[in-house]
Design a protein around this ligand. Structure first.
Ligand code: DGT
Ligand code: CA
Ligand code: CA
Length: 611
């Protein structure tokens, strides 16, 4: 139960599915903006639970969204007195933020929460469990926390309530599973920047000669349980003593001579182990895991009379190696296996037979084919996005704003699409020969019936078409598969965007006959996307591997809604690496000329695409 306990203000919460953009530069406290955003979000839920005025509720919701999009540290903005310049932050909210920056709590929030059990507030975050339903449950079934909710479901008390059919209860169960799964693990996109920040700080300690992250973060798993960090120091006890005093450390859970366990800002637990230099490689190997990979490796070692552990590789009492990770694999007669592959999914066999994939790298990318601008729901203008692409050294960028059905995301109707095309034309002229090539694209909804959200003659005029499902996620497998196959069959479609439709910890993947989709995509020459948004990472690693093996084309897209988010494409690359992906099938590793030939593969488009 302990793990589910949330501090009321959310500040010290072990918060897994943070919606924060922690890759943004927030120097002083990378979690501050997120902490306040979460309080505002909770505030909205509490007010909704109490049946309060909709506009007040929306104000808090909007403020939370706005804070999460912020690039600067709230403390810095507060100090400069500019809080009210943040969209959605008026006088009252600005005061609340100032109070939080000073005292780490907000009295008004405490006041609103009074009388509502803490456990109940927590439940408000369960997907699909709205405040009205929760209010009903609390009144009629005495639900006050997770335990009582679970009891009410299991004992069937719920089914006696009006409107609680089996379907609704099943949905609720799914929501709870998602929520639980998300609570216990943190998104890689959230954990990675925290890890990088911690390493940077550790390396500044003079007694620390080396520091690296191991465990699931090093393997770039999509979610992270805890953080495992290794250091080398000539004086471990003193190095660790200094490490636990770093400002990012919120709580010291254990401190010994060679190991410390701490809770850092952001609510993630970190194991720091100090290893002797001669064992460092073996320790890095051991603590990178995965456990299954290690078990397999040690079995292999045993067959060859070798003992492998975190201190080295031994024959009897004789140490054969362990200083570098390379040695560990070398002594087993295989090349170093990239951490992303270490899941015991055939990588050891492949290494022994020298057929490990030549994994794709961030540097292989020559462009981004999935981005949003202020034309739809992006934060940066078209020109700003293009400029950032230039800074990243890209050869091309596609600006793929939403289509009209995405009303909330301000999808472009035909008039505004026309304006966007003109704007792109202007920008091309203005930039002349400067890279990147600017491609006018769209992320077009695949409507519930399989039709696309723009007519064919419009699609034909676009340089890049990403088709994606954004509604009716619950369709049965046959229907959903047919819907996606219809989209793939449209000759204007180039990329199937986030094919699984999942959102980590928030929405399950759609039901889809993945093999048929891959086969159809291959036939049509459509690329399957590996979406780099840290909330999606979709295709999954396993799906990407299967798609590559079948011969499908792939595209890694950032799905950026701001310029800094364009850098999150690295998470797409990590996911691709976990899926054994090589550069070759990934269309946005291709030089522009080749990409252009592919985009123009159908005669009808050949003249449309502007080079
Ligand atoms: P996580 O934290 O759940 O995201 O996943 P990991 O992989 O980081 O797992 P963790 O933190 O429990 O342990 C770190 C690594 O240490 C793990 O990947 C492999 C190694 N390890 C831990 N326990 C065992 C074990 O019982 N046997 C073996 N062979 N390795 C272990
Ligand atoms: Ca771990
Ligand atoms: Ca651990």
């Amino acid at each position: 139960m302990e793990a589910w306990k949330l501090a009321r203000d959310g500040a010290s919460v072990r918060a897994p599915l943070l919606a924060s953009d922690l890759h943004l530069p927030m120097k002083n406290n990378p979690m501050l903006n997120e902490e306040v955003a979460r309080i505002f979000e909770n505030m909205a839920r509490v007010l909704a639970f109490k049946g309060q005025d909709r506009f007040r509720i929306m104000a808090y919701e909007r403020a939370a969204v706005s804070l999460r999009d912020l690039e600067e540290d709230l403390a810095v903005i507060a100090e400069a007195g500019h809080l009210q310049e943040i969209p959605g932050i008026g006088h009252d909210l600005a005061e609340m933020i100032e109070e939080y920056v000073k005292t780490r709590s907000i009295r008004r929030y405490q006041r609103e929460c009074r009388g509502i059990p803490e456990g109940l507030i927590e439940l408000m975050a369960i997907p699909g469990l709205g405040p009205k339903t929760l209010a009903l449950l609390s009144k009629r079934c005495r639900v006050k926390d997770f335990d009582s909710l679970k009891q009410a479901i299991d004992k069937g008390t719920l089914s006696r309530l009006p409107g609680f059919g089996q379907k609704k209860i099943d949905n609720l169960r799914r929501g709870i599973d998602l929520w639980l799964g998300g609570k216990q693990r943190m998104l890689l996109g959230v954990a990675m920047p925290l890890a990088e920040d911690l390493l940077e700080n550790l390396r500044k300690i003079r007694l620390v000669e080396r520091a690296d992250v191991a465990g699931s973060i090093r393997r770039r798993r999509e979610t992270i349980g805890d953080m495992d960090v290794l250091i080398i120091s000539r004086d471990s006890p003193r190095a660790l003593e200094q490490a636990v005093k770093l400002p990012v450390v919120k709580q010291v859970l254990a401190l010994g001579d060679t190991r410390a366990t701490v809770m850092i800002e952001g609510g993630i637990q970190v194991d720091i182990r100090s290893m002797p230099e001669e064992s460092y490689g073996a320790a890095l190997q051991y603590f990178t895991g995965s456990k299954q990979h290690n078990v397999h490796l040690r079995l292999l070692g045993r067959e060859r009379g070798l003992k492998i552990n975190e201190y080295g590789v031994f024959r009897g009492n004789k140490r054969l190696g362990g200083k570098d990770e390379n040695e560990v694999y070398g002594l087993l007669k295989m090349p170093l296996i990239a951490p992303e592959l270490r899941e015991d999914r055939g990588e050891i066999e492949a290494a022994l037979e020298e057929r490990l994939p030549k994994l794709i790298d961030v540097g292989d990318l020559k462009g981004d084919l999935h981005t949003h601008t202020t034309f739809s729901d992006g934060k940066a203008t078209l020109e700003e996005m293009v400029e950032h692409a230039a800074e990243l050294g890209y050869e091309y960028i596609a600006l793929t704003d939403h289509s009209p059905s995405e009303r909330i995301a301000r999808g472009l109707d035909l008039d505004r699409l026309e304006q966007k095309m003109e704007e792109i034309e202007r920008l091309r002229k203005k930039r002349g020969n400067r890279k990147p090539h600017i491609l006018c694209g769209a992320e077009v909804d695949i409507l519930a019936d399989g039709k696309l959200d723009y007519p064919d003659e419009i699609l034909a005029r676009l340089d890049v078409v990403v088709a994606a499902v954004h509604s009716a996620f619950r369709q049965a497998r046959d229907r959903m598969t047919g819907r996606v196959l219809d989209a793939i069959a449209n000759q204007h479609v180039d990329i199937l965007g986030h094919p699984g439709g999942r959102q980590l910890g928030a929405r399950e993947p759609v039901e889809l006959d993945f093999e048929r989709v891959v086969a159809a995509a291959i036939k049509a020459g459509v690329a399957l996307e590996i979406n780099g948004s840290m909330y999606r990472l979709d295709l999954t690693d396993v799906q990407a591997k299967a798609a590559q093996a079948a011969g499908a084309l792939l595209a890694i897209g950032s799905d950026a809604h701001s310029t800094p988010q364009m850098d999150q494409i690295r998470f797409g690359v990590y996911q691709a690496r976990r899926g054994w992906i090589e550069p070759r099938p990934v269309v946005n590793t291709w030089p522009f000329a080749r990409l252009h030939r592919w985009l123009a593969r159908h005669a009808t488009r050949r003249h449309a695409i502007s080079a």
